[in-house]
Design a protein around this ligand. Sequence first.
Ligand code: PEP
Ligand code: MN
Length: 366
Amino acid sequence: MQETIQTLRTRIDALNLQLLEILSERAKVAEEIGELQTQMGTAHYDPVRETEMLEALTQTNPGPFTDATVKSLFKSIFQASMQLEDESDKVKYLTSRGTRGEDTVVYVGDVAIGSNHAPVLVAGPCSIESREQLEAVARFVSERGVTLLRGGAFKPRTDPYSFQGLGVEGLQLGREVCDTYGLKFVSEIMDAADLPAFAEYADMLQIGARNMQNFTLLKAVGRSNKPVLLKRGLSATIEEWVMAAEYLLYEGNPNVVLCERGVRTFEKYTRNTLDVSAVALAKLETHLPVLVDVTHSGGRRDLLVPLTKAGLAVGADGIMIEVHPNPAVALSDNKQQIDFGTFDRYLEETGYHKKLSQKRHEVYGF
Ligand code: PEP
Ligand code: MN
């Protein structure tokens, strides 16, 4: 008896393989139909056709399965084919982890951002105000191991009467000062028309929160080959933020770093609410590096250390922070920028002085 069962089982195994072969062949034909339907713009699911197929099957059903069982078995097969067709219709987003499994590392010159590299620190004034001001900051931060200097030359100000930035002159200052101190220069671009100047003077183009969905700007910057720092919009969903990054990649620029800078909520104790889950999610959903801007998110000096720790704890690849020689007289964001003494304490308290010189995985183990 045992022997007969064994023989029958061997037959079952062979039949399983035959079934699998036929099912796979059927799936390929279904995929071909699906592609043609997609090209024609018609739906994959056709209930009339499905009923016809089921009827044809039950009419020739040789048993021993009942008609109901045959229907149910074939419905499962139809459904599996439909899933395949729908799957191949899905857009393969260039930013998605599903499309590219490994972490993207963005190089700003020789500075690597992302994956298992040491978390970077982008430090510098909110606005470039003068050569003296920028030089003082550059000298100070470079001595502490900072490699990326930020400084706005074109400022997106709420009030049109407030300081708008030095424009191209500011970019030129940024370039000169960065070259003197061996720093890379990060600055915000607001208008695609300024791209030639940014191409000449900046190392990394920042797209600010207020321009995150300026699609003309995104397309133009996407066509340049400069690394981009893309801030999350004031009220942008994570999807909108990632889609903005998609524009840049779609246009051909893969060197995109995302930057969470807080979103607008009902809270009044902070300028914005730092969304740490967005940092973690952006790391999970995309393969791009993610930074956290601790200055604009909290809008408070006393939150800079805890927000830095929080950002790095959820996997941020670096931090952006504003530093000014004399914040009290700064022409923008004078409530949030920190002076040199505070910056030194910040480095100490966050452990950044060590992180700047060590590999990230040695510090964090990831
Ligand atoms: C900035 O970093 O200078 C700035 C204006 O930030 P955000 O676009 O995030 O407000
Ligand atoms: Mn600022």
